[in-house]
Design a protein around this ligand. Sequence first.
Ligand code: NAI
Length: 465
Amino acid sequence: MTDTYLNLVNSGFTKKIAQQLGLPRPAILRRFRPGQPLVDGPVLVLGSGPDADTVARVLSSTSGHGAADGGIDPASTMPGRDLDVRRDPGAGDRYAAVVLVLTEVAHPNDLADPILKLGSVLKALPAHARIVTISRPATPDEGPATAAARQGIDGILRSVAKELRAGATANGVVVADGVTVTAPSVLGALRFFLSTRSAFVDGQLLDVDTDGGALPLDWDRPLDGRVAVVTGAARGIGAAIAATLARDGATVVAVDVPAAGEQLAAVANRVHGTALQLDVTAPDAGTRILEHAMARHGRLDIVVHNAGILRDKLLANMTAERWGSIIAVNIAAQLRINEQLLTSGDFTTEPRIVALASTSGIAGNRGQTNYAASKGGVIGMVRATAPLLTAFGGTANAVAPGFIETDMTAKIPPVMRQVARRLNSLQQGGQPIDVAETVAFLASPQAGGVVGHVLRVCGQNLVGQ
Ligand code: NAI
C-alpha cells in the first residue's frame, strides 16, 4: 500500500512546502540490495577495554575466512571492501555508524565518557546512520552498581533512537555473561543492525544467550542448502518472507489455505519453491508439512509461522466465534504443528522456528483482546519451545511487527491508519520486506545463539511498552 504523505514530503515542490511548514518529514528508508556495502562510510568504535579493541579489529578485518577471532570476517559484504574503523571521534568527522562496546562498564559513572563522545558526533551523522551498542545484561550477579550501569544502557539506547532523524536507527546487542563478543550471534546481530536489512528495526535490544550458531560461508546466501516452510505465504508479509528466504539461499515450501491457491502457486513459482495448500488449523497440519518437505526436498530446517488473522471487537462485544477463530489460527495451530514436528525425529538438524507475534501482544491494543492473547501467546510459546530445540542446535524466536503496510492494515479506517503510521520514531509504516529480513536473520546460522526471544520490527512504536 502506498504512503502518499511519505512520498509527498520527499519529492520536489511538496518537499519544500513541508520544510517551510515544519511538517514531520519521514525519510524514505534505504533497504537492502545484494552487493551493497555493509556500511557506507567510516565506523566509529567507542568504549575502552579488550572487547572494544576486539570488535574494532574484527570490523576492520577484511582478510577473509578464518582471519578474525570469529573465524570468518563478519564485515565484508564484498571481498576487498574495507571498513574504515576509527577509535576516537575527530572534529567534523561524519560517521556512517557508531558501535559502542560497553561490556566492561561496572558503575553508572563509567557511562559518561563513551556516551558523551557519541553525543559529540550525533549532529554530523548522515542520513540512514546506524548506532549499535554491545553490552551485558543487568542481572543481579555482578552487584547493584554494575546492574545499574547495564540497565542504564537500555534507557540510553531507547532515548537516543528517539532523537535520531533521517532514517537513522539505534539498536543494541545484549551479550550474556560468559559469551564472548566474537560469538557468531553477536557478530551476526551486529552486522544485521549495521546493515540496511534492519531498516525498520529501531530502539531494540536483542539478547544473545549462547555462543551457539555459526557464521555463514557466504553472507549473501546464509541459508544455502536449507529447506524452509512459510505459512500464510500467498500474500503480504508471508510472500515477502518466502522471497527473502529464497534470496538468502533456502528452498521454500509456501503454505496457505486452498482458497488462496492461485496466489500461492504464483509465489511458489516466483521463489522456485513448492506450494502446499493447507489450512494450518487441520489436526494433521504438522505431519502434512513434514511429509511434503521430506518427499519434495528431502529435509526440513526452518518453519516460519506467519499465517494469522484479525477479528477485532471490544471485549464487551466479543463473541465466542471471534475469540475462538483467532486462538485457533494464530496460536493453537502453531503449538500443534510444533508438537508434531518435534516428535517426528525429522526436525533435528539445527532446526529453526520463527513465529510472527505483534506489538499488540506486548503493549496491548484496544479491540484486540483476542489477537493480543494469541500474539502474547506466540511470545510465551517461543520462550518455552526454544529449550526443547537446544539439544539439536536449534532455536525458536518471534518477530513482533508494528504497523506494516499490507492488505491486513489496508482495512484500518483512513484516519486511524495515518495516525498509526506516524506513531513511531521513523514516522512511517514498515514494509513486508522489513519483517521478512528480520525473520531471515533469526532463521540464519548466525542467529543460533539467540534463544527464545522476540525482536520488534516497529520503527520504535511510541505507544505502549
Ligand atoms: P495478510 O492477511 O495479508 O496475510 C495472511 C495470510 O495468512 C493470508 O494469505 C491468509 O490466506 C493466510 N492464512 C490465514 N489463515 C490461514 C490458515 N488457517 N491456514 C493457512 N493460511 C492462512 O496478513 P499480513 O499482514 O501479511 O500478516 C502476516 C502475519 O504478520 C500475521 O500473523 C499477522 O498477525 C502478523 N502481523 C501483521 C502486522 C501488520 O501490520 N500487517 C502487524 C503485526 C503482526
